[in-house]
Design a binder for this molecule. Structure first.
Ligand SMILES: Cc1cc2nc3c(=O)[nH]c(=O)nc-3n(C[C@H](O)[C@H](O)[C@H](O)COP(=O)(O)O)c2cc1C
Length: 371
């Protein structure tokens, strides 16, 4: 058995978070992860106005997998998906939460989503031990503490730097996820990978009482053991959870992750900045276009939203629609560097049990290197 302060804080069996992977649906995956003993996260950006207006396939798929009426208001869609998650975790007592993006343009929707989550939990006191977490991302944590913690949620926030971690400390976050540049889809403008970022964040927060988990590149027991060795209390996994039986992602996407090989990803424009994609003919063209139209992306700078950037976003939108349409030739799908180490599509429960057993074995073998 491995137990860390993360198990205690969240009341979960394994020190593992199933990453929010918006704007795509994680509705069923969240239930499976929570039932199997990890923290499950539903992503919510798929029902925000930007997705509803411009990425209809993603929006429709989110509503469908959330057992929600796509014509309802955003808050009601969230309530319906929460009903499903509460019902789905009732027997196991699995713990879950919401991933809410709080970047500038999304603040209005983020506020509505968080208010809805707070109201839902108040109206359903019987789910308080299961619906426990708000996980904010992609924005400033400072404005959110009173609201989220005041309502009794555990509050997690993801950051790509020590600077971001110190801001989380000021904000009063319960637990930080330090997300290295290996990670799938949204990556930071200034790349630092997990091997450097995670111990740097752990050291910067030493003595603060704030827990730190690693994200980006973690996909098995060996990498979980490595995260614990670097001072983390656990890990968050996106790409590994994406390629599971219960994952809501399209079959083409899941198969694309499993098929990725050595040096199987690249970074190119995504709608919220740099994004890591599985290497395909379509994503290679996208990378070339990114270099031509928004070279500042490779110079660690957001730069202005130019016509070139808008063209890239159109290309991306069409390529993601092709995934939903099952058009392999035109499809483009996101995934992390660890896709090259993800070679199967197991059930979530089996995957977690295998990871935990491998982590225990790895840790047990470590003393053998001491002379
Ligand atoms: C398809 C996809 C979509 C993602 N969308 C989000 C998101 O909406 N919000 C977020 O905080 N992180 C997002 N991420 C990052 C994950 O939450 C997680 O930190 C990352 O996948 C960890 O790295 P890994 O892919 O190596 O496991 C996304 C990742 C993937 C693969």
């Amino acid at each position: 058995m491995i137990k860390t302060k993360m198990n205690e804080l969240l009341g979960i069996k394994y020190p593992i978070i199933q990453a929010g992977m918006g704007p795509f649906s994680n509705n069923k995956l969240c239930i499976a992860a929570a039932n199997a003993g990890a923290l499950g996260l539903m992503s919510t950006s798929g029902i925000c106005s930007g997705t509803r207006d411009y990425q209809k396939e993603i929006y429709q798929h989110w509503a469908k997998t959330g057992n929600a009426d796509p014509n309802a208001a955003m808050e009601d869609i969230l309530r319906q998906a929460l009903d499903q998650a509460c019902e789905g975790t009732k027997a196991s007592g699995g713990v879950f939460g919401l991933n809410v993006m709080v970047s500038g343009p999304m603040i209005e929707d983020a506020t509505k989503l968080i208010n809805t989550a707070i109201a839902y939990r108040e109206e359903h006191p019987e789910v308080k031990d299961r619906f426990k977490v708000i996980f904010t991302s992609a924005g400033d944590p400072l404005p959110w503490g009173d609201k989220i913690k005041g309502a009794g949620f555990k509050w997690l926030h993801v950051i790509p730097s020590v600077k971001g971690a110190l801001r989380c400390q000021r904000a009063g976050v319960d637990m930080i996820v330090a997300s290295g540049h290996e990670g799938g889809f949204h990556t930071s403008w200034e790349p630092v990978h997990s091997m450097v970022l995670l111990p740097a964040v752990v050291d910067a927060l030493a003595g603060s009482g704030i827990l730190v988990a690693g994200a980006g590149g973690f996909c098995d027991g060996k990498s979980l053991a490595a995260a614990l060795t670097l001072g983390a209390v656990g890990i968050q996994m996106g790409t590994r959870f994406l390629a599971t039986q219960e994952s809501d992602f399209a079959p083409l996407w899941k198969e694309g992750v499993v098929a990725a090989g050595d040096r199987g990803t690249l970074v190119a424009r995504g709608f919220v900045g740099p994004a890591r994609w599985i290497k395909t003919e379509t994503s290679k063209v996208h990378q070339k276009n990114t270099l031509e139209l928004t070279p500042e992306l490779y110079l660690d700078s957001p730069g202005p939203v130019t016509e070139g950037a808008l063209k890239l976003m159109d290309y991306e939108r069409a390529a993601i629609n092709a995934v939903y349409a099952g058009d392999k030739e035109k499809a483009m799908y996101a995934g992390g560097e660890c896709a090259q180490r993800v070679n199967d599509m197991p059930k979530v429960k089996d995957m977690l049990e295998t990871i935990m057993q491998e982590a225990v074995n790895t840790i047990k073998n470590l003393p053998s290197v001491l002379s």
